[in-house]
Design a protein around this ligand. Structure first.
Ligand SMILES: C[S@@+](CC[C@H](N)C(=O)[O-])C[C@H]1O[C@@H](n2cnc3c(N)ncnc32)[C@H](O)[C@@H]1O
Length: 244
């Protein structure tokens, strides 16, 4: 039985999925490993010596491993937070040799952020309800240093039902090619109903702007999964005040 497709108690539980997460996740989310690598390639633009990065929903630490490996000689602090104790334990084990990494267990919605240069939320915020998500986006923005960034990846909904059907069909094909049976795909969809709450691209971009991000760039979409690079405005260059 592939965990994440049949769940004891018939409810979605990442802690139960943890031992199978690495294998399961790449078979479920198109180009998951490619977006982790893309994030790791962009991260050095924000992470100098002394910087701090938070990853919200760090799971087994695969994204963290890429980001840390991309800058082996830069001393920054990487804090990975996950609500699942078994995910956090796995992340801690994966990266136990890297003193820059700390795995924390707990809910991201009550996290007390210290000032940070970069916040990563790679397929995590869509598990939060709308009010909680808006409030967290504001707190992320306010915790970023000027010029710092949030990299947000989310499952997104197309507002046009026919286009959304085509994208869903493409995603089902992706999972079938990755080895899932149709009944497994249907069961997972049922387990995630009301748990994973995707917004449209417009809703995501509006929420980011409402949180204070003035500079939002979209990253490539793959069958209903897409990313945003949202920067906090740098401090305005004031120059010499003009005196009459
Ligand atoms: C799809 S996985 C994240 C993938 C990961 N960033 C990666 O690149 O592999 C979502 C993770 O978010 C965690 N999560 C979901 N809701 C959370 C919350 N409210 N607080 C903390 N972690 C949460 C889950 O336990 C799970 O490990």
């Amino acid at each position: 039985v592939d965990r994440g497709v049949i769940m004891p108690g018939d409810r979605w539980d990442f802690d139960i999925l943890a031992p199978d997460y690495d294998r399961h996740s790449v078979r479920s989310i198109p180009d998951l490993e490619a977006s982790r690598i893309a994030i790791a390639r962009c991260a050095p633009a924000f992470l100098r010596t002394g910087a701090r990065v938070y990853e919200l929903g760090s799971a087994t630490g695969r994204l963290a491993a890429h980001v840390l490996a991309a800058q082996p000689d830069t001393r920054f602090e990487y804090i990975g937070i996950d609500a699942s104790p078994r995910m956090s334990a796995r992340a801690g084990h994966r990266l136990h040799r890297d003193p820059r990494f700390t795995a924390r267990t707990g809910p991201i919605q009550t996290l007390r952020f210290k000032p940070a240069e970069l916040v990563l939320a790679h397929y995590t915020l869509h598990f939060l309800g709308p009010e909680t998500r808006h409030a967290l986006l504001r707190r992320i923005h306010d915790s970023l240093r000027p010029g710092g960034a949030l990299v947000l990846y989310e499952k997104v909904l197309d507002p046009d039902p026919a286009r959304q059907d085509a994208i869903t069909a493409g995603h089902v094909q992706y999972k079938r090619a990755a080895g899932f049976e149709l009944h497994q795909i249907r069961n997972k969809r049922r387990l995630l109903e009301g748990v994973l709450q995707p917004w449209t691209r417009i809703e995501n971009e509006r929420a980011l702007r409402a949180a204070g991000f003035t500079d939002v760039t979209r990253l490539p979409q793959r069958l209903g999964f897409e990313g945003y690079l949202a920067r906090r405005a740098p401090i305005e260059e004031t120059g010499t005040p003009h005196r009459p």
